[in-house]
Structures are given as C-alpha cells and as structure tokens.
Design a binder for this molecule. Structure first.
Ligand SMILES: Cc1ncc(COP(=O)(O)O)c(C=O)c1O
Length: 409
C-alpha cells in the first residue's frame, strides 16, 4: 500500500497537443519537444471540456494534498513515470507585522530541495523520463540546478549543470551532492544557457532551460491551482511574484485561465505584479516603455540571484499577463529587499529568501505609491527557503569559565 494515491492511481491526463505561445502553431504531444519553430515556448493544451465533465472540487479535496492531485490538468499520463520527492502543498503564512493585515506569504521554501523549482523540475524530469531522455543539461542561478540534480538522480537520468561563478556556494555544493556534474562559468545565466544550447545541438544532452521545453511551466502552474484551492476558489486581489525567467507568473496565469474554463473560478483575476531588482530589471523597463519584448539587461547585478536573469525567452508572456491583469512591474533596491528579509524574520518569524524579500519590499513600495491599498488581499511568493543564502552573523561570545552577568544577556 502506498501513502499517496496521487502517485499510484491510474488517472487520465487530458493533454491534447502542444501549441506555440507566439503563433498558435500546433505540435504533437507525447514526443520530445523544445522551442517552437519561431524559437518561442510551447504550451501544453488540454481537453478542458473533458476535465470539466470529469473533475469536481469535491473529488480534488478528497485527494492527498500535493501537486499531483491535479493530475487531470498535468501532462504525465502514466503514474509509473512520476518522479516525486514529496511535493507538498505549501502554506500561506500571514505577515501581519512586516507586511500587513491582508498580506500572506506563500512559502515555497518547504518543497523538496528548498524551493519552488521542485514543482517545475519534478514535472519536466517525469516527462523526460516518460519520453526516454537519459541525459539532461541546464543553466541555473542555483535553485533550479539543485532541483534538477535531485530529481534526475531519482529518475536515473544523468544531469549536467552550469551556473554563474558567483552562485551561492550552498547551491553549487548541493547540486554536486545530489549527483549532478556542476560547472561554475565566468558569465551570467544566459551565458550558461548558450553552452547548454550548443551542447544540445551537438546531441550531447536534452536542454531543460526555463521555458525551452514545455513541461516545467506545467509544474509551476500548480502554484496557481493550489493557491486558488487554498483560498476557497477565490483568487487574491494582488500577487507579487519575483520574476526572473517568469515561469511561475506565466504558469499561474495559465492555471487561472484553465480553472475558469473548467468552471472552478469566474473571470476575476488578481493583479499580477512582476517584481525585479533595480540591478536587473528588463521586464520593468519593457513594461514602462510599453514594449512586448524586453532587451537584454547589461551588467546585471543583485543579491537576489534567482531573479538575476538578463534576458527571458518568455518575456512577452510575462508582460502580456501583467498587462491583461491590470498589474504592474516594479523594481526594488537590494537594500530594501534585504531590509524586508530582516523585518519578516525578526518581526514575523519567517526567514524569506532575498527574492521573497523583494516581493515584500515591492508591496511596501506599491503601498507608498498608492498602487495597492491596505485592504487588498495580497499574496507574496517566497520561492525558496532563506536558509540557502548567506546569513549575517549576529552572535555574541560567552566564556563559560568566567563570571556571567545574566542581567546583560
Ligand atoms: C528563489 C527564486 N525566486 C524567484 C526565481 C525566479 O523564478 P522565475 O524563473 O519563475 O521567474 C528564482 C529562479 O531561479 C528563484 O530561485
């Protein structure tokens, strides 16, 4: 007997085909695919009418609370291909002091390998396994590579990971510990991406870069499905999302459209806010200039390494979602995002990652600028555990052999 029926029970997936996100061109599902012929992401399409007829909110509620409970809306067809390390539903934690009375943090740091990358990578690796892949490579700012290493090892797939040389040390070590080969590259994530792309062209491996294969986004989509379900099928007023490649924001936007199509929610949508760092804000610039595509951001720098992404292949999908939702894109300074991390930890007991801190800093900035108000129900995405990042040492020392002045401790 298994403890988790989501991972073992036969259940249909309603995938019909894949579709180019730019041109709508149709592609076959159940075959290994990368980008579309115009070099843009492929999206998975489902028989939503079929799902509408076969899935109810009550059926869902009776299943174990992990991301696989949404299997009808996910691409993996056979339970035997699921690679799982325990992708639990993540909690919504109020931040009453550092945020406000209506502010919740979705704490993705509790997922396997300590970040939301587990959702996308679990899905992509499961599909890679289903489609016969034996070797995968990926560029990463740390967290995605850590997830790939873990899930690929679990699946018996070889993984090769390339990261910028200043990627947080714990990530680089974790990747190697979890069985992947990892290389520090003297460049940024898109420079690493070029190496992965060239190697894939030579037939060395399958390229699992953000949005360059169709399935990571389906895993990230579960953030939107889960959030809607947790809030009683009501969406919040505003979502603040730390945006690098943007998979999570695009995935959630897709989730909401699919939930509406199957009759689980109405047409209301949260305002989607793409949060970036001042030192790397290509989406913010493109949004402000009314552009649909973003230029590469030169000399990108920020302590929030997960959102140090100078160029995103899904830029137009991020910007379309932000605009359609009536949201906005906003950059915050490293000083403000680190202050937000400090405040959430010391006042509310939640250690955010710097990228999560960026969402709290952006919320505060938006409040000051009148872009949101205190009555708005707000969800901030904390995409990784703060424990994976360097922490400042504030400890004192104590000599146990000398006299101790207890009143001063
Ligand atoms: C902690 C953290 N937050 C946010 C992001 C950005 O995610 P996305 O690619 O969905 O924009 C990353 C990606 O590396 C990350 O590691």
């Amino acid at each position: 007997m298994t403890h988790d029926l989501n991972l073992t029970q036969a259940r249909p997936s309603f995938v019909t085909h894949l579709e180019c996100s730019m041109t709508g061109e149709r592609y076959e599902a159940d075959r290994l695919q990368g980008l579309s012929s115009v070099g843009r992401p492929l999206l998975v399409r489902y028989d939503l009418e079929g799902i509408r007829k076969s899935l109810t909110k009550e059926t869902l509620a009776a299943r174990p609370a992990d991301m696989w409970r949404y299997r009808e809306m996910l691409p993996v067809r056979e339970a035997s291909n699921i690679i799982s390390l325990g992708e639990i539903a993540t909690p919504l934690i109020p931040l009453p002091s550092s945020g406000g009375a209506n502010v919740l943090a979705k704490d993705e740091g509790r997922l396997p390998t300590g970040s939301f990358k587990a959702r996308g990578i679990a899905m992509a690796v499961s599909m890679a396994k289903a489609l016969g892949v034996t070797r995968i490579a990926m560029p990463t700012n740390g967290n995605a590579g850590a997830a790939l290493a873990a899930y690929a090892s679990r699946a018996g797939i070889e993984a090769i990971v390339f990261c910028p040389e200043d990627t947080p040390d714990v990530n680089v070590r974790e990747i190697a510990m979890q069985g992947a080969r990892v290389y520090r590259v003297n460049g940024l994530i898109d420079d690493c991406g070029k190496i992965v792309g060239e190697g894939a062209k030579e037939g060395g491996w399958f390229d699992l870069s953000t949005l360059k294969e169709p399935y990571r986004i389906e895993g990230k989509k579960t953030m939107g499905l889960e959030l809607a379900e947790q809030l009683g099928w009501q969406l919040p007023d505003v979502i603040f999302y730390p945006t690098g490649g943007g998979t999570g924001l695009i995935g959630m936007w897709k989730a909401f459209a699919e939930l509406e199509a199957i009759g689980f929610i109405g047409p209301e949508r949260p305002r989607m806010v793409a949060v970036q760092a001042e030192g790397c804000a290509p989406m913010v610039k493109a949004w402000a200039e009314g552009e649909r595509h973003a230029e590469r951001w030169e000399n990108a720098h920020t302590v929030a390494s997960g959102i140090r992404v100078p160029k995103a292949v899904g830029d137009f999908l991020i910007l379309d979602a932000v605009r359609e939702s009536g949201g906005f894109a906003m950059a915050v300074s490293d000083a403000d995002l680190m202050q937000a991390v400090e405040d959430a930890a010391s006042q509310d007991g939640l250690l955010l990652c710097p990228e999560g801190g960026a969402t709290l800093a952006a919320y505060r900035q938006a409040l000051r600028q009148g872009l949101v108000n205190e009555n708005d129900q707000v969800v901030l995405f904390n995409c990784a555990t703060g424990l994976k990042y360097p922490l400042s040492d504030r400890s004192g020392t104590l000599d146990r052999h000398g006299p101790i002045d207890f009143a001063s401790l």
